[in-house]
Design a protein around this ligand. Sequence first.
Ligand code: ZN
Length: 245
Amino acid sequence: MNEVLLVFLYALFTAVATGFGAIPFAFVREISERVTAYSSAIAGGLMLGASFGLVAEGTVYGRGETLIGALLGVAFILVTQLLLREYDSQDLVFGAATGEGAKKMLLMVIVMTVHSFAEGVAVGVSFGGGVTLGAVITIAIALHNVPEGVAISAVLRPQGVSVARCAGWSVFSSLPQPLMAVPAFLFVETFRTALPYGLGFAAGAMVFMVLVELLPEAYEHGDRAQVATVATLSAVGMVLFQQWL
Ligand SMILES: [Zn+2]
């Protein structure tokens, strides 16, 4: 098979895997404020855990670059929030939700989609090191995408978005992976230089999003100690999961 097509198909598989993250929500019947709080805690913990992995990966390519990338990631969320604030929240509609709920969902989808660009580059660059390495990295990213699909669904589902649409948005958030993997594979040297910035950016954006949106929301509606426990265990679980890969 054509090598470029192979890289594309591998990376497309990682995107589809993200959709599996919606499956647990098929079993959550009623959605209360408590469910929303603990869903946010789980989403936040998983994203923190994923960020540790991104920083560790980024520092392999360059420490200063990873840090600069992280600062840019924080700036990106601040600017996005500012732009969303300009927007009268009553006008904003996302699925069944309007106003603040819609804003949070939009921010979540944006953050998770943007962070996928760096992972797509990681897939493409790793294929530059041979098909075996590429396949290993692809499987790792595909598996790590499943809990990220859980994180996205955990934010969308409590707002009344159907399980099928949660899966759809999860897959959407990972579409940059197949899109970026191919150019990164073709121009591997150029992209290798940009990779630590991208990985740092993804981590910075996700950590900031967790701290500024997800955890405050979880604390507001859930018990402090329980929210902190759920978030901590989700973060540690995500790190262990990534190491096991
Ligand atoms: Zn990720």
